[in-house]
Write a protein that binds this ligand. Structure first.
Ligand code: PEP
Ligand code: MG
Length: 656
């Protein structure tokens, strides 16, 4: 029994839809394959399914063989044609945290010289000096012995028991209430891999042919890791590490060994390793780890994600040179520059200790501004808000004293599962954000994505110059199917009364007008559906020179401006914000950029609309006085900068 169809799953069969598809396939007894371009894989293996790379709009065939083949084909074809019908939300939502953290903007990758010349990728910011804790677990090897016929069944039983043990251990970790949301998602993903039909099935097949279980596990997990590593998709590439990590856990269970434990790590130690499995790090005593240094890994690896979400400075990707640190007693780590010093001399130690204590003292001193409402001498309240990319950052922002959200970067939500989020999921997210900060406003930015940061579900053309290309509002207006889904979700969240919406990369008045037409269409649709919605104030980001030059006209059409200095600086100065060779020109304090900010502020103030800033410059103590003089009344920044900015405003207010 087989049937073909065109895939209507917006995001293609990536991560979560793949999991759902597999869950559905497994509910039937029949053997089920999915065929694309002549290649057939089991529909019951999410590993195989992800590697097949089924995208929206492609033709696939579902083929089943067994007692319930007809029902299986019908159900699976039904899912591919209408993925939202009849499926309850699975508990994957609980695991969302991992990817959310994954998508927090990575700190800029920088390489800097250090005294020892040891430099890696600055993957999680902060500086730390602490005792070295070298973690180099021995490589697992198999003697590759061929099994005799009578040994095969017991070996298979041993392998199944090892899988069960690994999954039980992971289930236990998941049941632990103290496991952070992000880490939970990572462990949940590893648990799924440990039971995957392909990993297990291929290993069983090798054992049946006489390979011992350890050799078979190493061979299969390494082969799958290689396959994931070869795919042109950063999300799938990262799964290669997961394959290796799970393979290692199964081997250890087979050998009756426990991995070298991180339990013994001393307080404030620098964890040094060639590679650390996400599984190991997630269950390590993270509060005791002062910094992480690794031979493997990059800014988007799971180690970086966990380090950033726990505020642990990390330098990764040192390569083989990490071995030079094996004998170090004390290590200094600069997570901002990527520099590492092994056994620093007295001067370097003193320097690091001073920097650590300065950071601590500043953090402590600034806590007194948490509940302050910074006000200028003339009574104007300056809203010091936070830039967020996920709901997981709400607590830190509130803790820092953020007065609302001046920029919610929704692209991170779009990227979290490498597929497009549904309208319902978006509405829930924006509502949760609004509720968390009420009565303060939350400004949600509509999808700001381009060819430099592709997401699954949207095909981006190859562009010579993605920063000058099809991105932000330009892309959204060309894809009303995606844009309207977001606008409807925002209208639904607007019932809370404090949601504002802003458009990125605006360079033409028409972009605002066309958006308004779409918003009106969305309202009609929601009304027809009987779905409750509210009104939101619509603003624009000022981040192109064109927007600055037409600011007076724009100000008549929108409710507020938010100056995006990160992009505005690169476009005014024609200096790529990611290119270290032009870093001197990429300076917001350059008179040209400051003039552009002033022109924008003047246009906004004259039109009587709010002018705010959400670029990084909003948190710069040296520039805040100038911005306030220009008439800005809202400054939005990373949560960590909020207390310092509040202090600056308060002091200015006192000085009159
Ligand atoms: C900006 O460009 O200043 C901005 C806030 O947006 P992003 O950094 O997300 O491009
Ligand atoms: Mg920008």
């Amino acid at each position: 029994m087989e049937r073909s169809t065109i895939v209507r799953v917006h995001e293609g069969l990536h991560a979560r839809p793949a999991t759902r598809f597999v869950k559905l396939a497994k509910s039937f007894e029949s053997e089920v394959d999915i065929v694309k371009d002549g290649k057939a894989v089991s529909a019951k293996s999410s590993v195989k399914l992800m590697l097949l790379g089924v995208k929206e709009g492609q033709e696939v065939t579902v083929r089943a063989n067994g007692a319930d083949a007809i029902e299986a084909v019908e159900a699976l074809i039904g899912y591919l044609e209408n993925p939202r019908a009849g499926l309850e939300e699975d508990d994957a939502a609980k695991a969302d945290g991992a990817d959310a953290v994954a998508l927090q903007p990575a700190p800029p990758l920088s390489q800097a010289a250090s005294d020892s010349g040891l430099v890696g990728i600055a993957a999680s910011e902060g500086v730390h000096l602490g005792p070295a804790f070298a973690h180099f677990p021995p490589e697992i090897r198999s003697d590759g012995r061929a099994l005799a016929a009578h040994e095969i069944e017991p070996e298979l039983a041993k392998f199944q028991a090892a899988i069960a043990a690994v999954r039980t251990r992971m289930d236990k970790a998941l049941a632990d209430e103290t496991l952070a949301g992000g880490d939970r998602g990572i462990v949940a993903a590893l648990r799924d891999i440990a039971g995957d039909e392909t990993l297990v099935g291929d290993t069983v097949a090798m054992i049946r042919e006489g390979a011992d279980a350890v050799a078979a596990t190493i061979a299969v997990s390494s082969r799958l890791a290689e396959e994931f590593g070869a795919v042109e998709d950063p999300y799938l590439n990262a799964r290669a590490d997961d394959m290796q990590a799970v393979g290692r856990q199964i081997c250890l269970a087979l050998l009756g060994q426990d991995d070298v434990s991180l339990e013994q790590i001393p307080q404030g130690a620098v964890l040094i390793a060639d590679d650390i499995g996400a599984w190991d790090l997630a269950r390590a005593p993270l509060k005791r780890i002062g910094a992480v240094v690794c031979g493997h890994g990059g800014a988007t690896s799971h180690i970086a994600i966990i380090a950033r979400s726990h505020g642990i400075p990390a330098v990764l990707g040192l390569g083989e040179r990490v071995a030079e640190l094996r004998s170090a007693k004390v290590v200094a780590v600069n997570g901002n520059s990527g520099a590492i010093i092994a056994d620093p001399d007295a001067d370097a130690r003193a320097d690091y200790e001073r920097r650590m204590s300065d950071a601590r003292a500043e953090r402590d001193a600034l806590t007194m501004f948490r509940d302050t409402v910074p006000t200028l001498a003339n009574g104007t309240v300056i809203e010091v808000a936070a830039n967020l990319g996920s709901l997981e950052e709400i607590d830190a922002a509130k803790e820092a004293g953020a007065m609302g959200v001046g920029l919610f970067r929704t692209e991170l939500l779009f990227m979290r599962h490498m597929h497009l989020p549904s309208e319902d999921m978006q509405a829930e997210t924006y509502s949760a954000l609004a509720k968390a900060f009420a009565p303060y406003p939350v400004i949600v930015r509509t999808l700001d994505i381009g060819g430099d940061k592709p997401i699954a579900g949207i095909e981006f053309p190859e562009e010579e110059n993605p920063f000058l290309g099809w991105r932000g509002i330009r892309m959204c207006l060309d894809r009303p199917d995606i844009f309207k889904q977001q606008l409807r979700a925002l209208l639904r969240a607007a019932v809370h009364g404090n949601v504002k919406v802003m458009l990125p990369m605006v360079s033409d008045l028409d972009e605002v007008r066309r958006t308004r037409v779409l918003i009106e269409e969305c309202k009609v649709e929601l009304k027809q559906q009987g779905t409750a919605f509210g009104e939101f104030a619509l603003g624009v980001m000022i981040e192109t020179p064109a927007a600055v030059l037409i600011a007076p006209a724009l100000a008549r059409e929108v409710a507020f401006f938010s100056i995006g200095t990160n992009d505005l600086t690169q476009y005014v100065m024609a200096a790529d914000r990611l290119n270290p060779t032009v870093v001197k020109l990429n300076d917001v304090a350059n008179p040209a950029v400051m003039a552009a900010i002033e022109m924008t502020a003047k246009a906004g103030v004259e039109a009587g609309i709010m002018v705010g800033m959400c670029g990084e410059a909003a948190g710069r103590p040296d520039l805040i006085p100038a911005f306030l003089r220009m008439g800005l009344t809202e400054l939005s920044m990373s949560p960590a900068s909020v207390p310092r900015a509040k202090k600056v405003v308060v002091e200015l207010g006192k000085a009159g």
